[in-house]
Design a binder for this molecule. Sequence first.
Ligand code: ZN
Length: 260
Amino acid sequence: MPFHEQDGLRYYTFDIFPKTIVQAIFTRQGGVSPYPQNALNVGGMVGDKIENVRTNRIRLFNALGLTPDSIHDVWQVHSADVIFADAPRPMEAEYKKADILLTDNPQVTLFMRFADCTPILLYDPKLKVIGLVHSGWLGTVRGAASTAIQSMQDRYGCLPADILAAIGPAIGPDHYEVGEKVISQTRKAFGPESENLFEQHGNRAHFNLWKANQVLLNNAGVQQVEISSICTACHPADWFSHRAENGKTGRFGALLAIQT
Ligand SMILES: [Zn+2]
């Protein structure tokens, strides 16, 4: 059962991960924000009240028995930059810009926000290292997923063959029509492999973000990849979708922590 309910919140988990980590991708249900009501928005820059965002964030940490103070989050900018979250991020500290979070500290909960971009969760069960990646089309052509795997090797000594990876709810190839800019940059980044990443719908090209990120992970040596195959634009009751809601929407939260 990939969906679970707790304290009025509904969240998704992956089957690939053992119980030695806490993992969840929260739907928009069970919060205090508009969009249009009772929405669990965790985005601080989408016009919602900061008190709402804070209440929602505390709610989802509590639902999983995690302390809200354990959070390490970032200002997501569609980069392939890494932050090693060796400790929780102090609440008063300024946000750092990055789209990859890694840690081996069980006191840290990695946290990111999404509305169509691909959430990628990573776990090396041997060395107990976790990672969270935010990868939209730009993060994908910049190789954020590849950089995450390389950084797990360099910093913690992880072997790609040991790493379990999961690709979460994101805009699917059925809904993700793209223009020439995305197509040309994808061709540049992926070479001949890019041909398998587009679907033709009439005279329009649709991009398969799920598959593109799977290719990046596979090419980095990660073979164990689970894909949720859930399109955010197809299921507006569960997910915020930037594309489906014309940019006027919230952000859903994804988190990952090593079980203590
Ligand atoms: Zn769809």
